[in-house]
Design a protein around this ligand. Sequence first.
Ligand code: HH2
Length: 261
Amino acid sequence: MTELMGVVNVTPDSFSDGGLYLDPAAAIAHGRELAETGAEILDVGGESTRPGADPVGAEEELRRVVPVIRGLSGSQSRISVDTSKAAVAAAALDAGAEIVNDVTALRGDPEMAALCAERGATVVLMHMLGEPRTMQDDPHYEDVVTDVKAFLAARLEAAVAAGIAEERVWLDPGIGFGKTGAHNMELLRRLGELRELGRPLVVGTSRKSFIGRVDGSPADQRLGGTIASSVLAAAEGADVLRVHDVAEMRQALAVATAILG
Ligand code: HH2
């Protein structure tokens, strides 16, 4: 069954919900609601990775995410921390997280791989071309699916070499991270090719700008495009869908599953 990873952004500047849940109590309440409406996983993040975002220091990121993870631990959902910093991941694991969602695929912090290995965390390795500040400056690929697949295979190998159990690694093509609209469409259309890597696939299309490029919609009005792309991703074999709108996505998946069996 496809699992839902609900997004809990404790940031002032996330592209679609920045500032809404900066207060820990608001973030915890939001996370609980996502858990109750069907998120098997809650992904708590304290640093925006939107194109052009400024990096956040570890102290500030810790201050944002740790109280929220602590407040959500013990709910029925597993908790994931969206970070590329080992210090933040370590504190998040102490506070009750069990998944480390690293958009740099263990390239951002030299300590991250060893930490995840030692703590037995599940790790999400995501593809990104470049870094958030510059990733949308004219990205190029030979063939986007082949290139992303080769990158993910290499990062999986690096994770295993660092002592992370292969069964604990999930892979993500990184929709919107150093990709044009056409690249994102191609990746979603041919997502099935990434299944050959043999690991669970995480896909995050939620509210992203490739949807707005289709119909001109702003970030807070992309639910229809999020659902269409996520249902198609699930049909192509995505195991985990990272979304902001859990209740609507849960219903869409239930109906798609009822039809397809
Ligand atoms: N997308 C975002 C952040 N983290 N992690 C994974 N594994 N896959 C994704 O596609 C992904 C991710 C961007 O979305 P959001 O968190 O809403 O925005 P921001 O980075 O501005 O906080």
